[in-house]
Ligand binder design. Structure first.
Ligand code: NAP
Length: 304
């Protein structure tokens, strides 16, 4: 027999857990389904310093606070992978790898996953020199030379973090300008063990049974350079992960769920919150705000 909740939320990141808090506080029962661990992308950020009202907090502690707040209010979090959602006579039927749930409304808060470089050996050497999470894996490279690929906030933060552990950090970026915030750039430039390798294309991952270096090509001179590193941290942004919902809600060309600031999708009773939806700013604050908007919209839908 399927279990019933007012609102089923897919994803226990900042958007999903914020939605659960707002749903429970509005008197609705909320089930949050998460296939990995709660917290979403923020658990990979060593320090959050731009969330209004909280001067400094680790990403992990932030996520823990959200989880404790949502579950303390009565939200149920289950670690199951959603395999499908269908509309059936006004109800939403949410199927996971181990259960079937019934809901009056669904909030998709699936976030986004790390974008790969798409290079030969990249997937094969994850855990053998290739990583997408400096805070998780940085300690394994203590005293070693590593590289970070990317020029956004994540790459800059990763490089700053790794410079505290590693003997040398190469920041490898495809353009001359870095996309990340100026204060992070300045902090990184002050590090003596950081070298900027800019305006290059990644050509090859070198190694036998794991990474021992990368080959990059200078975009101006066309010259190749081999950089010997035992770790490469790839931080080139995220991609949405909404393929399994393509028959339920409209997606844009990049795979994001089409929804405006009201978090409404083209399907009645299905809402999208956080990084998984079409938007220009993807920040912790916007994920939390989406969670609130989507939950209150779902409550209004249930009462309509
Ligand atoms: P991002 O801002 O999208 O930056 C991705 C970087 O990777 C860009 O520099 C991009 O180069 C590069 N890139 C993309 N595809 C590439 C490819 N195929 N090959 C090589 N390089 C590639 O991603 P992010 O740094 O993960 O940040 C995501 C969002 O989270 C942003 O809105 C960011 O501000 C936010 N964030 C905020 C904080 C914070 O405020 N503390 C921390 C982390 C992240 P181009 O510059 O040439 O496009």
């Amino acid at each position: 027999m399927s279990k019933a909740y007012d609102i089923v939320i897919v994803g226990a990141g900042t958007a999903g857990l914020s939605a659960a808090i707002y749903a429970q506080r509005s008197g609705k029962s909320a089930l949050v389904l998460e296939e990995l661990s709660y917290g979403g992308q923020i658990i990979n950020t060593p320090e959050v310093a731009n969330y209004p009202g909280i001067a400094k907090i680790s990403g992990f502690d932030f996520a823990q606070g959200l989880y404790d707040q949502a579950t303390g209010l009565g939200a149920v979090v289950e670690f199951e992978s959603v395999t499908g959602i269908e509309n059936a006579e006004g109800k939403k039927i949410v199927t996971t790898d181990s259960n079937v749930y019934e809901a009056g409304a669904v909030i998709l808060a699936t976030g986004a996953k790390n974008r790969p470089l798409g290079m030969e050996h990249e997937e094969e050497w994850i855990g053998s020199g290739i990583s997408y999470c400096a805070t998780c894996d940085g300690a394994f490279f203590k005293g070693k030379e590593v590289a970070v690929a990317g020029g956004g906030n994540t790459a800059l933060e990763d490089a700053i973090f790794l410079s505290g552990y590693c003997s040398k950090v190469y920041l490898i970026h495809r353009r001359n300008e870095l996309r990340g915030e100026k204060h992070l750039q300045e902090a990184l430039r002050k590090k003596e063990n950081v070298e900027f390798v800019l305006n290059v294309a990644m050509k090859e991952l070198v190694g036998e049974n794991g990474l021992s270096g990368v080959v990059v090509t200078d975009k101006e001179s066309g010259e190749d350079r081999t950089i010997n590193v035992s770790g490469l941290f790839i931080a080139i942004g995220q991609m949405p992960n909404n393929g399994k919902f393509e028959n339920l809600v409209a997606l844009d060309d990049a795979g994001y769920i089409i929804a405006g600031e009201d978090c409404k999708t083209n399907t009645d009773g299905i809402f999208a919150a956080g990084d998984c939806r079409t938007k220009t700013v993807r920040q912790l604050t916007t994920a939390a705000a989406d969670g609130a908007v989507a939950a209150l919209a779902a409550c209004a839908f249930l009462e309509s």
